[in-house]
Design a protein around this ligand. Structure first.
Ligand SMILES: [Zn+2]
Length: 465
């Protein structure tokens, strides 16, 4: 009698264990496989039952969270096209869409935690997504853009983390439903995430490619001087220096500092179109960063035939060449560090204090040419003594190149592409201000403001005022 009672009790306990194992399997292991696609209708249902995770910056400042069942956006408006929105009518966009799996608690570890929460009668939660961005630096970039149309994006040269991004104009994601009509018809395109989607002629910032090429293939003696009479006739084009100014006899370093078109057209001829294209490829400009949100592909004209551009045009960043600011920031980071790295936004996902996954760069390629160390010094000189002066400030030691890019839409676009501190680079930046004129006057001061903020918030280790 006693034995059979024991037997029944044992079978009963075994039954419970099997039940738990089966539930665990369906809930956590098989379930997470089924539910991972953002468009899965199951996720929409999940949304109602669960507290959606928050999106935060790298320091834990909240960008968006759910309060009383409503998604609230508190981050700087210049991030709105990147972060995206959730709206009954407009659906989901941006990182809100891309990180659906994390925010809706579909990571296996989060499902396990939620399974336990539900056993105790608690509501399941999504994971929190910590981005690589620093809101202090983003706010500084937004202030520096001052409502003009343009983009700022900056990456940590050692990791590929995107530390700062700002687009202008932008919108208030809390009012996306009410403002949608006006936003979608606005000719200044506030829904466009300019740092990733904006396509611009690079202008003189593309002189970096020719400089890297001639240094890499040892096609230049560093003491060699070139004569600039202010203009050059080549392959059916007349190319002038800025305002037709004759620069006289100058070397590569001075040519970068004064942004001499004549010298760079001559250097590009020496490099040749094949090696020019090879340099574009080596520096990763043909490879679109996969960031989970819309990114435009850089438009490199075909090598020859219809739609191709001549080498003299390409050498000064014109022709039918179009680049995104993010690609130029990746280029600046590669010059600074000797490695081309794909950039990324995810620092980590967390369930409370527990880190569930960490972000990382998806691909990288070492360039590490002796050429780059020469170029880094020349770019420091271009800021200390040349057209990039307005990017510098005491204690910053900025290196970079300005650009003033002609385009069919009015005044030239102003560019600055560079990094700091020059002797031990940590942050690479690309700044573009649409139709603002000279890069040195309009874009370089924006870069300075962003570098200053980065230094003030501790990203320039070892650099003091
Ligand atoms: Zn010149």
């Amino acid at each position: 009698m006693k034995d059979s009672l024991k037997k029944i009790f044992f079978l009963f306990r075994l039954g419970i264990v099997i039940l738990i194992l089966a539930l665990t399997y369906w809930q956590i292991i098989a379930g997470s496989r089924i539910a991972n696609l953002p468009e899965n209708p199951r996720l929409a249902k999940q949304e109602e039952k669960l507290l959606r995770g928050r999106i935060l910056d790298r320091n834990g400042q909240i960008i968006c969270s759910t309060i009383d069942g409503k998604r609230q956006y508190g981050g700087p408006s210049s991030l709105a096209p990147l972060i995206g929105y959730i709206s009954g009518r407009q659906g989901k966009s941006g990182l809100e869409l891309f990180f659906s799996r994390e925010l809706l608690g579909q990571l296996p570890a989060q499902r396990l935690i939620n399974f336990a929460r539900q056993l105790f009668g608690k509501k399941p939660e999504g994971s929190d997504v910590y981005l690589t961005l620093d809101l202090h630096v983003v706010e500084a970039a937004q202030r520096a853009l001052a409502g003009r149309r343009g983009a700022v994006v900056g990456v940590d040269v050692r990791t590929g983390e995107i530390l700062v991004l700002a687009t202008s104009p932008a919108f208030d994601p809390n009012r996306i439903g009410e403002d949608w009509r006006r936003l979608s018809q606005d000719s200044s395109s506030p829904l466009l995430n300019r740092p990733l989607q904006g396509l611009y002629p690079p202008g003189s910032t593309f002189k970096l490619i020719t400089a890297i090429g001639v240094l890499n293939w040892h096609l230049i003696d560093l003491n060699e001087r070139f004569y600039c009479p202010g203009r050059i006739e080549i392959q059916g084009h007349t190319i002038e220096c800025f305002h037709g100014k004759a620069h006289g006899w100058i070397d590569l370093k001075e040519a970068l500092a004064v942004s001499c078109n004549v010298t760079f057209v001559r250097l590009a001829e020496r490099l040749g179109k094949e090696r020019f294209y090879e340099t574009i490829k080596n520096m990763g400009l043909d490879r679109k960063p996969e960031l989970g949100v819309p990114v435009s592909r850089t438009r490199i004209p075909p090598f020859r035939g219809q739609g191709s551009s001549s080498l003299p045009q390409l050498a000064i960043g014109q022709g039918s060449l179009l680049v995104t600011p993010i690609q130029m920031a990746v280029l600046a980071a590669a010059v600074a560090d000797g490695t081309v790295r794909s950039p990324y936004f995810l620092r980590q996902t967390q369930a409370g204090d527990r880190v569930l996954e960490r972000g990382h760069s998806n691909w990288q390629r070492e360039v590490n040419m002796a050429a780059l160390s020469v170029l880094r010094e020349d770019l420091r000189y271009a800021v200390a003594e040349g057209t990039g002066r307005a990017a510098d400030a005491p204690g910053l030691s900025v290196a970079g190149k300005t650009g003033t890019a002609d385009n069919p839409h009015g005044r030239p676009h102003a560019w600055f592409v560079g990094f700091a501190p020059s002797e031990d680079p940590s942050l690479a930046l690309a700044v573009v201000i649409e139709n603002a004129g000279s890069g040195g006057e309009a874009a370089a001061p924006v870069a300075r403001a962003v570098f200053q903020a980065a230094r003030d918030y501790g990203y320039f280790a070892g650099v003091q005022d």
